[in-house]
Design a protein. Sequence first.
Length: 426
Amino acid sequence: MITILQGGRIIDPSTSRDEFADLWMENGVVIAPGTDVPEEARIYDVKGKWVLPGLIDMHVHLRDPGLEYKENIRTGTDAAAAGGFTAVACMPNTDPVNDNSSVTRYILEKSGGCNARVYPVGAISKGLAGESLAEYAEMKAAGAVAVTDDGMPVISSQLMRRAMEYASSHELLVISHCEEYSLSRNGCMNEGVVSTRLGLKGIPVAAEIIMVQREIALAELTGASVHISHVSCRGSLEAIRIAKQKGLRVSAETAPHYFTLTEEAVTGYDTNARMYPPLRTEDDRQAIREALADGTLDAIATDHAPHNIVEKEVEFDSAANGIVGLESSLALSMQLVRDGLIDEARLIELMSCNPAKLLSVAGGTLRDGAVADITVIDPECEYTFELDKTLSRGKNSPFAGWNLQGAAVLTFLAGEKRFDRSEFDW
Ligand SMILES: [Zn+2]
């Protein structure tokens, strides 16, 4: 059966395509449009909409196995689809930790039939304990696409060096959560005038920058591919920019909260403004925006980190780190286009093409024969972001009640419709 998305604006940076045209798919892949529309074709009218390679979020916490009271693979992928994502990479800090092939296999089995593809990311170290390397060969064979100890820094530089060498020999990307723990421990927000005013212990930007610089030095030493997670500040970007100029295999992502909010969001002690790294200053926010435009940053990821309400409805300094992001990321990122900072093609590179390349997974393109993972967006759709309508089990978002513009209206996975906004009363 042929499916046709009719009359939309097809934007595919992988082929430098931006035009009003019909998109055809059959047997799970994109095909060249025929001259006549077959009688039995399934047709979707997408006039006024954007037709894009499916969005890919390379940094998501699905909390499954073991922490399903926060989220599970089903609810997390439903939230992903509603946010326009056809694929997510899930972090290994579950219980048990994804540091071996049986957990990797569990995640892939459980994600079968879900509304977004799930790419498991294995742990760098066993149990995220930072002492010995996890089983990379085994995890890779089971389907892991990268390794990280996300949520925890790898304190030992020697272990990180060995992780890069080992990961590199198995063609696995090393993703680094950059945190110099002796500087960050006990802190709960950015260190600066706001933390002083609020009487909260701060985390200096140096806690992030030092580790970014270490990872760059180790990438140079080992020749490995290293990806810096959730970049939040100007100093990290300056280091990454130089590393790229030197030709090192260093890439980086940021998250919508870092280009949308500043440390001022903590005023009022809103625990939904608490995450690691913390929200920074307006100068840092501007630096992130420039780096998204100039190519220093490669991807927008959400760091979707659902928590139970009891972990957030506590005093600021004892609240859990992290916010949900899958269902607000697209609209917040589209704001960058409306602000004139980046164009539509660059947005799609950041949210689809580049994540596919970095993780070496399918998607990120609409060329003929490519897997038909597709996101259709209504760029004009305006709505209030209401947490009682979100599909994630986590309700910890600082964007609750915000008026947003831009939403996914349809997603397809291998040509099959997986999300249809018209079926929800949004
Ligand atoms: Zn992290």
